[in-house]
Design a protein. Sequence first.
Length: 226
Amino acid sequence: MGSDQAWSAWRRADAVKSRPCRIWFVEESVCPSLVRVDCLRMNSLINSDPSQPKAKRLFFALWPEEDLQQQLYELAGQTLMANAGRRVAAENIHLTLAFLGSVTEPDQARYEPAASQVQGKKFTLTLDQLGCFRRSGILWVGPSQIPAELLALVGELNQALQTCGFTPASRAYRAHLTLARNVQQCPDRDVGLSPIFWEVRQFALVQSHTASHGATYEILRRWELV
């Protein structure tokens, strides 16, 4: 490729910086030795600005009391004796209601008032079933029957968040608390266990922090159920 062609190719690449990316970084027909850069990824690099709001990984959840978290942590240890895996830390055990994903502060400022409009009712959640997602190697505990109050809470929360641009998951809601990951051998089927009764009185907005030793969670705000 001649010097004039090379210069033209890089000029086209530089033009991406001045407007939304609508062309490939370098056309293969001009310079086949250069790999095309994904347009969205290129935009994120070009538009990265430390003055822009930083995103957080947020979700709404039910958060057990410490004694219940410890009880579930011990249950995971008993179950994993024959099925090697990595237990979730007791303080991280929770039940997700809605996963928001990457959220900016302006988005968070819209989601919180929306959540405040939810009028969920207190209820008892009976944890009486152990199961395993084989493909992902996740051991979980949950209810054999989801209470109507929990389904109503999830539905009302999703509906409120949709007014702020949130898109709920398309699959049916499945209530579970993850107890362990990387489980090497899952049980043949979901098994029953002596019921554990959880008196649910609140739901929370939680931030996920990624660290070298795994995720940690920070409760940002709680809402009381009526």
